[in-house]
Design a binder for this molecule. Structure first.
Ligand SMILES: *Cc1c(COP(=O)(O)O)cnc(C)c1O
Length: 613
């Protein structure tokens, strides 16, 4: 898997004349997006988590781009850019990558499939080439029978039967990159003007092979002057767009409370070469995923994430069955189906327990809770952060610190809040928190995890196991020792989760919450206009789910409404609370405000049809 990239963007772009005086070439826009930004997006969608841009001319534009893709794009300036060529820029970038990487020029538009071709090529150093472009600025590549690069030239007569034309997209190993840099430095203080492809040629012929991988009809273009730009826009860009359409997955917007709508890049991240999960490479991936999952809500020095192949309820079960001491007593707060589920799990394991029941749509009575806590009967408190049944958000910031003051361990189901809203487990007073890969984080279903305060987890070391598969401490200890899970993990789901985390970091949880809130506001406004009532008062709602009371007309039929919405690409979910009938609209995953706007029109149209509005 290639997770890093270098974009060489030091060039002057002088062939564009005035247009690139104040703007680097990479910032020339095609259909409203700068070429280099589109390239950054494609790299991220392909799983790249670190992009180093080597800058020179007008470096401020790239610095602004790095700020926009904060944490993923970094820039480094080639101070000598006016005197050096691309190799000078590459040499300043090289120390900033730590493994195999893509190497790209800055002024390209290209079909992202090219990145997959390189990633899937088993050889280490590979140049992506195409058939004849007739672009008038061709760089021809010659190769021997094995595909090994033997010559690079702009002069067609020097390469009479080319193996392909240079596209400006390659992949190289870290070792080869270091060798390129070393070779370049050995030439100094001689000519500093070396093109990176020239160094490819020298090293490939003299020591380490660089292979040419030609895709004859590959859609790509470079824009070095006005004529090339016109060709890129008019001939190549439509082909790239068409290829993207061929690869797009039909969009279904899931308004049900999980699993949530995923991006295509998350869907495609699952398509990877087969790998045994006991390989170190996969262990390292899981370790990074666990660390990133922790870092979204806590300091990894203080908390650690223990993962299982299971749904969110599996994570709940691991937490409940593992976290109550052998002679302990659990208090469960039940103000909705998920609280009731925690109690049910505890009863299955015969854990000594009491249940505190409270209304599903009114806030908890904190005084009554404190009275219970002060009896000192309980070692452990279990509570749900966001009750997905109703959309009620429980004030854990008050409840958990209070429970901790009475010496209790707090175990919280944060399944439908995690990665949807900013939170910090330590300041919330949460010791253990369960969540899943397929709600706000936007991955595929299949990984349940518990984020554990390390000191609390350590206390479980000698406790007898209540569950074999779902034991937290055993899973943790084995992973720490081996970088493996005890049993087969959902391999492809991990790759998707890695991508979902990358996309979450890119958006940030703060902005994600703002996006969900924007969707929720659109929904609430429309509901009011239609005269529909919500179960929970607005101020206690999470913004993640809205439970709506069904209209009082015999013409209402959930199935008919569901099918009507489904035909428009929206999936909705019923919800029954005792004898109160509702339907529920969730804001989770990759949902956009304009889609919620569209959905409200569909809903309005259905409600109008049955005479509600
Ligand atoms: C979705 C959810 C779960 C887990 O449900 P699964 O179907 O097992 O993934 C648990 N708790 C809450 C609050 C949830 O919203």
């Amino acid at each position: 898997m290639i997770t890093q990239a270098i974009i060489m963007a030091g060039g002057l772009g002088s062939r564009f004349g005035g247009r690139t005086e104040a703007l680097p070439k990479g910032f020339i826009e095609i259909e409203g997006v700068p070429m280099v930004e589109r390239s950054v997006r494609k790299l991220i969608a392909a799983g790249v988590e670190r992009i180093v841009i080597g800058t020179g001319h007008c470096s401020e534009s790239y610095d602004a781009l790095a700020a926009k893709y904060n944490g993923i794009v970094v820039t480094v300036k080639n101070e000598d850019y006016a005197q050096t060529s691309s190799m000078g820029t590459l040499a300043v970038c090289a120390p900033l990558v730590s493994g195999d990487c893509y190497l790209l020029e800055s002024d390209l538009i290209y079909d992202a499939a090219g990145l997959q071709v390189l990633a899937n090529d088993a050889r280490e150093n590979v140049i992506l080439a195409s058939g004849a472009t007739n672009s008038k600025d061709e760089v021809y590549l010659a190769a021997d029978k094995t595909g090994r690069l033997t010559k690079v030239s702009k002069d067609k007569s020097a390469v009479p039967s080319p193996a392909g034309e240079l596209t400006g997209i390659s992949k190289v190993s870290k070792a080869f990159l270091e060798r390129m840099t070393a070779w370049y430095r050995e030439q100094l203080p001689g000519s500093r003007k070396a093109d990176y492809e020239h160094v490819f040629e020298v090293l490939s012929t003299e020591e380490t092979p660089v292979f040419v991988r030609c895709i004859t009809y590959y859609a790509w273009a470079e824009a070095d002057d006005e004529a090339m730009l016109a060709r890129a826009e008019q001939e190549i860009w439509p082909r790239i767009k068409e290829n993207e359409e061929l690869g797009a997955v039909r969009r279904e917007v899931l308004l049900n409370p999980g699993p949530s709508t995923t991006t295509d890049s998350v869907k495609y991240a699952q398509v990877v070469p087969d790998i045994c999960p006991r390989e170190l490479e996969f262990g390292t991936l899981m370790e990074q995923v666990a660390r990133d999952l922790t870092a979204l809500v806590a300091d990894p020095a203080e908390y650690t994430t223990v993962m299982f192949g299971c749904s969110g309820t599996g994570a709940d079960e691991a937490m409940v069955s593992s976290c109550v001491p052998p002679d302990g007593r659990l208090l469960v707060i039940d103000n909705g189906s998920y609280g009731a589920r925690l109690a049910k799990i505890a009863s299955v394991y015969n854990i000594a327990m009491d249940v505190y029941k409270s209304s599903a749509y009114e806030p908890l009575d904190l005084e009554a809770l404190e009275k219970l806590f002060s009896t000192k009967k309980y070692t452990t408190l279990a509570v749900v952060y966001h009750e997905t049944t109703t959309g009620l958000l429980n004030p854990l910031e008050k409840i958990c610190p209070l429970a901790k003051r009475y010496g209790m361990t707090t175990i919280c189901d944060i399944v439908s809040a995690y990665a949807g809203m900013p939170m910090d487990l330590a300041s919330l007073g949460i010791d253990f928190a369960s969540a899943t890969s397929n709600k706000h984080i936007g991955g595929m279903a299949g990984i349940g995890f518990v984020i554990c305060r390390r000191t609390e987890l350590e206390k479980q070391k000698d406790w007898p196991m209540r569950s074999y598969y779902l034991n937290l401490y055993d899973q943790h200890r084995y992973f720490e020792e081996t970088k493996q899970t005890r049993f087969t993990p959902p391999v492809q789901t991990f790759y998707a989760l890695r991508q979902a985390i990358l996309e979450t970091r890119l958006e940030t949880v703060e902005k994600r919450f703002a996006r969900f809130t924007a969707c929720w506001e659109i929904l609430v406004k429309a509901l009011k206009e239609m005269g529909l009532k919500m179960l929970v008062p607005e101020e206690f709602q999470s913004h993640f789910i809205t439970a709506i009371l069904i209209p009082e007309t015999p013409r209402y039929d959930f199935e008919a409404m569901h099918d009507f919405a489904r035909r428009a690409g929206f999936t909705i979910y019923p919800g029954k609370l005792g004898n109160i009938d509702t339907f529920r609209i969730a804001n989770m995953g990759d949902i956009r405000p304009q889609e919620m706007e569209h959905f409200t029109q569909i809903l309005r149209s259905y409600m109008h049809g049955i005479g509600v509005c």
